[in-house]
Design a protein around this ligand. Structure first.
Ligand SMILES: Nc1ncnc2c1ncn2[C@@H]1O[C@H](COP(=O)(O)OP(=O)(O)O)[C@@H](O)[C@H]1O
Ligand SMILES: [Mg+2]
Length: 356
């Protein structure tokens, strides 16, 4: 059974609808990531789950029980915020124990609980320090400690790493993954960063404008995106997407005035396709125009050492290719970008994925 379920969830801020009809099932023990661009409703959804925001419509179930009207403290849920929101004047011990103190727990009980948590998070030697005397990683662990000291069934994170520099972010990411592996607390983690989502998640819900566009494992989202939005959101550099207008004899015309040859794709599929997607790593620079592919002009080559990112133009459309082989072409040269057509993604007029 799902530990958390959203059924037809709706959120309005006065007259503004932010979430219209959202359905989500979170499995016990999973690390679930909500990912999407800024403003799509991630924090709103998380705050509704935590009980910090009213639910306008629909139902939130925790362990199968309606939780819409439960007080945050009655939900068995803890939340870690972006800034960690540690109290600077309090010791690590008092920061972790603060929630228990508010609940009126005895000093003895608090100390016992704090020591247990500090032990599992390797914070025992730092209990007397102030947050300013800790490294970024230790501060994150204090924030987690404060969240788990009340033994929540579910822990929520709202973009906890987005304020950090790149190096620290990678370290913290690994710490969080280790923490999840060791404790197995059901986790819902919000980020706008698809790399974070892919590396950390058991399953990812991709949000756009308050709607879940796809909810599945990173592998499935990457290999078989359900629509152009997910296709372009997951993967970096992002998938090349071509709006196609018409096809004639296995040649598809794009809205940006170029032509894609697709000799081994069925005509039925080609006539249904409205958008065709190809990932940069699946495009090969060929000197001869054979098989599936399109002609494009080389605009810029970024050499990244172990790989090259080649920026090209086909008509008006920008295309990105990625190669692990040395690239042998000149700026301004027209090349043929070949691909294995089984690697191409086809979407229909409802943005739906078409199967081959
Ligand atoms: N208190 C509020 N009142 C009115 N609109 C809000 C409020 N909070 C958030 N919004 C709006 O709801 C939308 C979703 O916001 P949010 O959930 O914070 O997005 P995200 O976390 O994905 O960046 C945004 O358009 C935002 O402007
Ligand atoms: Mg947010």
């Amino acid at each position: 059974m799902a530990i958390l379920e959203a059924k037809h969830l709706r959120k309005d801020y006065q007259a503004v609808n932010v979430i219209a009809d959202l359905n989500l099932e979170v499995r016990e023990g999973d690390f679930t990531v909500l990912v999407g661009p800024s403003g799509c409703g991630k924090s709103t959804l998380l705050r509704m789950i935590a009980g910090l925001e009213d639910i306008t419509g629909g139902e939130l179930l925790i362990d199968g029980r309606r939780a819409n009207d439960l007080h945050p403290r009655e939900r068995g849920i803890s939340m870690v915020f972006q800034s960690y929101a540690l109290y600077p004047h309090m010791s690590v011990h008092d920061n972790i124990g603060f929630g228990l103190k508010l609940e009126g727990k005895s000093k003895q009980d608090i100390t016992k609980a704090v020591r247990e948590v500090a032990d599992t998070l390797q914070l025992t030697d730092y209990l007397d320090r102030k947050p300013s005397q800790l490294s970024g990683g230790q501060r994150q662990r204090v924030a987690i400690g404060r969240a788990i000291v009340r033994k929540p069934r579910i822990i929520l994170f709202d973009e906890p790493l987005s304020n950090l520099d790149a190096k620290l972010r990678v370290e913290m990411r690994m710490e969080l993954m280790k923490f999840h592996r060791n404790h197995n607390i059901t986790t819902i983690y919000v980020t706008h960063d698809q790399v974070e989502a892919i590396t950390m998640a058991d399953r990812i819900a991709v949000l756009e404008k308050g709607n879940i566009r796809q909810f599945d494992t990173p592998r499935v989202l990457f290999d078989t995106p359900a629509n152009p939005f997910v296709a372009s959101f997951i993967g970096s550099p992002q998938m090349n997407l071509f709006d196609v207008t018409a096809q004639n004899n296995y040649v598809v015309k794009t809205a940006e005035n170029s032509e894609i040859r697709l000799p081994d794709v069925s005509l039925a599929l080609l006539s249904d396709a409205k958008v065709i997607g190809i990932r940069p790593e699946h495009l090969k620079l060929q000197s001869e125009a054979t098989g599936a592919g399109l002609s494009a002009k080389v605009d810029l080559i970024e050499n990244l050492g172990d790989e090259s990112i080649i920026h090209l133009l086909a008509g008006e459309q920008r295309i990105t290719a990625r190669s692990h082989e040395p690239v042998d072409c000149q700026i301004g040269e027209t090349v043929f970008l070949g691909f294995d057509s089984t690697r191409a993604h086809f979407f229909g007029d409802q943005q739906n994925r078409l199967s081959r």
